[in-house]
Design a protein around this ligand. Structure first.
Ligand code: RAT
Ligand code: ZN
Length: 429
């Protein structure tokens, strides 16, 4: 094939890649968003945006307000306190504060006149259904993956009614309570009719499998997921290891579902901050390698919270084709770190990874998380393509479109399809 006519000239590379990255819809493979059938737990709007726990952590760096005083206020008052402290009395330089300004800009609001009441008026005029369509369109997001906890009473009540969900919202069976809090959750399982014992005796493992099967049937999840501490080990004598080996991984295999492990969170290092009180620590990557090696029939999605683990995760993915690194999670979701991680992933893995997820907790956050990440991904991708073009390689726009579609959609869809993954079979040594 004569590719010379469609080849992208070096001087147009940056603009072409940026345009393709902007135009390619993304499947957002990890969020905390909910379709409207879940009611009030599906957060959206300005006050929720401002009350994001990433910003709650920041107000206490600038304002003398006590924890008690802050938590005694309702959501609008908390939002006003955060706005005053982080936007009026200080420049909103942090990634989380800048994000609010990007959201306002994307919606056509004037950030040069930063008046909370005016912005609130705009949001009051929106209705959730139309606003959801608008946000998906503006953010160029095709679908989002929720985080669904069968132990959460509000969620559970919705799932038990077998709701017809907005198809843009896909489910994930999140297992933190089962794997990390068995001391409490065994009672709930018993009360729901599963014959489990706290010490895992009797039929416990089979009953936990039955519980997972029931929820796979009910939720139709695209994967199962857990977040884990830095000292996560496998195998070890814990309940967690037993459940992973004998319940989670077998049921995942049976249904062709990946198991997502987000590793490195140290919960509540400052409990007074509540949801904002978690921190991070480097984990042992050999644990991930062992799981991938011992369970070659399982597929793993893995994101690490510590910067120190990012390179080793890429190396592990070179060794195990059943491992898919994804996203720049939480404290990694900052421009300087996203750029570094994305660059090392291209250098070690080509396009065989999932560069980003939004982790949005408030619908409107799609309007900043994706533009911010898209800008960095295109910058790094253009730089990597420039290296090819300088060798004389004839890069076409069709090549760029194929690659970006893999990064934003196809790699994830292939991973959750349950079918053998042709992408990984053809690209890894
Ligand atoms: O990024 C966050 O919002 C964290 O609070 C966590 O929810 C994390 O993303 C997780 O899914 O555990
Ligand atoms: Zn999350």
């Amino acid at each position: 094939m004569d590719r010379s006519r469609q080849v992208i000239p070096l001087e147009q590379l940056g603009a072409t890649v940026a345009r393709v990255v902007r135009e390619t819809p993304v499947v957002d493979m990890h969020t905390h968003l909910y379709s409207e059938q879940f009611g009030a737990i599906g957060l959206w709007g300005l006050d929720e945006l401002i009350n994001y726990h990433y910003l709650i952590a920041e107000i206490f760096r600038f304002s003398p307000i006590s924890y008690q005083e802050f938590w005694s206020m309702d959501t609008p008052r908390q939002a006003e306190a955060i706005w005053k402290s982080l936007f009026e009395q200080n420049s909103p330089l942090s990634e989380a504060t800048r994000g609010i300004l990007t959201v306002l800009q994307q919606l056509g609001l004037d950030a040069s006149q930063p008046d909370l009441q005016t912005f609130r008026d705009y949001f009051r005029q929106q209705n959730r259904r139309d606003y959801t369509d608008k946000v998906f369109k503006l953010a160029n997001v095709k679908s989002v993956v929720m985080t669904n906890d069968p132990f959460d009473p509000v969620e559970r009540a919705v799932w038990m009614k077998a709701p017809e969900l907005d198809p843009r919202f896909r489910a994930v069976l999140r297992l933190d309570p089962l794997l990390l809090k068995w001391g409490e959750t065994h009672q709930e399982l018993s009360s729901w009719g599963y014959a489990v014992e706290p010490g895992l005796g009797g039929q416990t493992l089979a009953e936990v499998r039955r519980f997972l099967e029931d929820w796979v049937k009910r939720m139709r999840p695209v994967y199962m997921a857990v977040s884990l501490p830095p000292d996560f080990r496998f195998p070890d004598p814990s309940v967690r290891s037993q459940f992973i080996a004998h319940c989670v991984l077998p049921v995942c295999r049976e249904h062709g579902l990946p198991f997502s492990m987000m590793i490195g969170v140290r919960k509540l290092v400052n409990p007074a901050l509540r949801l904002a009180g978690d921190s991070l620590g480097p984990a042992d990557m050999s644990v991930v390698e062992r799981l991938c090696g011992e369970f070659p029939e399982n597929r793993f999605l893995v994101s690490m919270l510590a910067r120190e683990n990012q390179h080793a995760l890429c190396v592990a993915a070179r060794k195990f084709r059943n491992l898919m690194p994804f996203g720049c999670w939480w404290f990694m979701n900052n421009p300087s770190i996203i750029e570094e991680i994305t660059r090392e992933r291209f250098e070690l893995l080509g396009t065989s990874f999932i560069p980003q997820h939004s982790d949005a907790r408030v619908l409107d956050q799609l309007l900043y998380k994706w533009p911010h990440s898209r800008a960095i991904i295109s910058k790094v991708l253009a730089e990597k393509y420039a290296g090819l073009v300088q060798t004389g390689w004839a890069l076409t726009e069709a090549d760029v479109r194929r690659d970006v579609k893999k990064l934003f959609e196809d790699n994830f869809m292939a991973w959750i399809s349950g079918a053998p993954n042709p992408l990984l079979q053809s690209t890894l040594p």
